[in-house]
Design a protein around this ligand. Sequence first.
Ligand SMILES: Cc1cc2nc3c(=O)[nH]c(=O)nc-3n(C[C@H](O)[C@H](O)[C@H](O)COP(=O)(O)OP(=O)(O)OC[C@H]3O[C@@H](n4cnc5c(N)ncnc54)[C@H](O)[C@@H]3O)c2cc1C
Length: 372
Amino acid sequence: MKEAWSAYRESTTTRAMDVVVMGGGPAGCATAIALARRGLAVAMLEHSCYDTPRVGETLAPECRVPLAALECLQPFENDRHLPSSGIASVWGEDHLYENDFIFNPYGHGWHLDRCRFDAMLAHCAADMGAQVFAGTTARRCDAVSNGFEIEAERRCGGALRLRSHLVVDATGRGSSPLPGAQRCVVYDKLVGLVGLVVPASSQEDSRILLEAVSDGWWYSALLPGGTRVAAFMTDGDRLRGHRHDLSRFFISRLSEAPHTRERVGATPEVESLRLVAASSYRHRAMHGERWLKVGDAACTYDPLSSAGLLKALQSGLDAATAIEEWFGGDTAAPARYAARLEQHFFAYLGTRSAYYSREMRWPASPFWQRRH
Ligand SMILES: Cc1cc2nc3c(=O)[nH]c(=O)nc-3n(C[C@H](O)[C@H](O)[C@H](O)COP(=O)(O)OP(=O)(O)OC[C@H]3O[C@@H](n4cnc5c(N)ncnc54)[C@H](O)[C@@H]3O)c2cc1C
């Protein structure tokens, strides 16, 4: 990181902006960078100071394209994330097979330090001219004539009030302060138990490992710094009766996953085990009067796709184009943006269904039945 994050935390009270972006994950940052490059006055509010763990560690090779379009490829490549050579899967059959990125026209992928990645994007937004407020939570977002008034709470104390012509909701899966935009279609009950483990051996296999089991699937990947993320993905109702001791449940489910067990050990020491929502959903409205949703705030993809970050970056770029067109008088541009996002989402649902249909070893399992 180029400089301490606090450099962008200068205190302000009231500002008039063209656009306020609520949420500074990859989607919010991509939107803010692309808008600032177009010369619009943009403020981005981010709840965290990029100092707490985030899920979503694998960056697909295709992300080179949006990162280059955002002029962030060079700072990203300077940032020492771990190259990933491909995916090893135990899916639909008992043995391991490989899908090497060597055949991918964009080259290898990466395992990320997500905090560092998101903070790098936020620095790029600030360098591009966006006003970035880290440690700032948007609490209210009220429609007023010609725009919105946004009220935010600052971690360092005090409130921040902004006025803008247009608002971008990039708050991810969390609850958004945007009024009247919360109805969504949820497609499954997927959750993830995600932990960090110290690898069982010093082997440095940089491939992602996917391993299907009777009531879900595992993924594991090496992270920068030598730890490994391991996640058990299952349906939320499968955790009934285990919520009081998720660590024990997590380790017990390893018994069916010999390849994952080989990587992380049979009884690994698990750090910061977290239960996270991972369902696929789409909001019924992805845009409205003077607002748009980007990234996971609009729709979410199954982590199996490893495409959530790509979608976040691309939707941010695409939203910025629509916003520029809207400021230029093309009032239909946000609707066209939302239609494109929805079209991608339905294509993703088809791919997801095809992928889950390749696993037929447990026909009586509710987890797999729900996906066939
Ligand atoms: C278990 C799991 C594993 C995954 N693995 C992968 C993977 O390997 N590869 C991949 O590509 N994708 C993966 N994903 C998906 C990926 O993490 C998301 O698609 C991606 O993070 C979406 O980016 P975003 O910017 O839309 O949302 P987020 O990354 O969630 O960012 C939202 C931001 O908004 C901030 N925020 C929220 N509310 C407010 C508020 N009121 N005010 C201010 N700020 C606010 C949050 O602090 C956060 O920084 C995974 C998801 C899960 C659940």
